[in-house]
Design a protein around this ligand. Structure first.
Ligand code: HEC
Length: 163
């Protein structure tokens, strides 16, 4: 009796898993073209960004195999689209929230914790983190420095967010 119930539950789980694979959401993994990159302060900043941020904040996303498998694919897809929309170093021709970049690392908000188990290269040492923070501030400016001229804030490229 118990064995039968377990079998039915297992079959239902497998059936459900196979069914959600048919959902049309999150399967488009084509990377848009790189239009324009910011002027990085150094190749080191760019390299650290590549390791810890670029999958979600550039058009050079590496889509791992599990990003093809629902429901993980939905999560990866949503994070990537939302991340790119807010801050995309491949589309530096449009308005962006660059001034917040350093801040997100200082506060430990970025990269998101959920990203780290599958991306050990994004785990930065304290020294690397400090280097990235300084590099982000030098490249994108910092909202902390009130009133200071910030080269990426010109032409309305600054933060137009309300939070
Ligand atoms: C797994 C994907 C992912 C990675 C990796 C990632 N981000 Fe994000 N990022 C997001 C998402 C999703 C959002 C929008 C939602 C939010 O703010 O949490 C975001 C928002 C942002 C924003 C907009 C401001 C804000 O707080 O909303 C900035 C700036 C940012 N990230 C910087 C970074 C930096 C710098 C790194 C690397 C140290 C990084 N992110 C790594 C997914 C990612």
């Amino acid at each position: 009796m118990i064995r039968k119930t377990v079998l039915i539950l297992a079959a239902a789980a497998i059936g459900g898993f196979l069914l959600i694979q048919l959902a049309p959401f999150g399967r488009n993994h084509t990377n848009p073209a790189v239009v324009q990159e910011p002027t990085w302060d150094s190749p080191q900043t760019r390299a650290l960004f590549e390791r810890a941020c670029a999958d979600c904040h550039s058009n050079n996303t590496v889509w791992p195999w599990y990003s093809q498998v629902a429901p993980i694919s939905w999560l990866v897809y949503r994070d990537t689209m939302e991340g790119r929309q807010k801050f995309n170093v491949s589309e530096w021709n449009r308005p962006q929230e660059g001034g917040e970049a350093a801040e997100t690392v200082i506060k430990g908000e970025m990269p998101p914790l959920i990203y780290l188990p599958t991306h050990p290269e994004a785990r930065l040492t304290t020294a690397e983190k400090e280097q990235l923070i300084r590099g982000l501030q030098a490249t994108f400016g910092s909202e902390q420095k009130n009133g200071e001229y910030d080269r990426n804030e010109k032409e309305g490229r600054g933060d137009d967010d309300t939070d």
